[in-house]
Design a protein. Structure first.
Length: 134
């Protein structure tokens, strides 16, 4: 018997599997929440735009265009890191950042999926309204 109280080699029942799938969906949703929270701020969006153009920038480079204190920029960077939108590489005393395109793809997929649903709903509404005018 292992620490969870199950015997070794026991089959996983469907309820356990559903729980794992549900947990994975919750984790995915939490990651999207962090992504959209990070994208909800203009400063962070501008930082991501700078990174997408330059490829890699130091913290000093990211701070340069903004008239705010360095700790404020550090907080913005931490939000971007928590959302997995940027990747930090430390080179001696210099912290360099790159955009994580993979996380942006997840957000794009979510947007595209929901855009299709909304467009379909609007098409149905247009059809309904056209038929009620007759």
């Amino acid at each position: 018997m292992n620490r969870s109280g199950r015997t070794a080699g026991a089959q996983v029942d469907i309820h356990t599997f559903d729980g794992i799938v549900s947990h994975m969906a919750i984790q995915s949703q939490a990651a999207l929440d962090l992504t959209f929270h990070a994208l909800g701020d203009g400063t962070r969006r501008q930082m991501l735009a700078m990174l997408s153009e330059a490829g890699s920038l130091s913290a000093k480079d990211l701070h340069a265009p903004f008239p705010v204190a360095q700790p404020t920029i550090s907080k913005h960077i931490k939000v971007l890191e928590r959302a997995n939108l940027v990747i930090r590489k430390v080179e001696g005393r210099v912290h360099r950042f790159n955009i994580n395109a993979e996380q942006m793809k997840h957000a794009e997929q979510w947007i595209n999926k929901h855009r299709a649903l909304w467009e379909g709903a609007f098409d149905q509404l247009d059809e309904f309204l056209a038929n009620t005018d007759e």
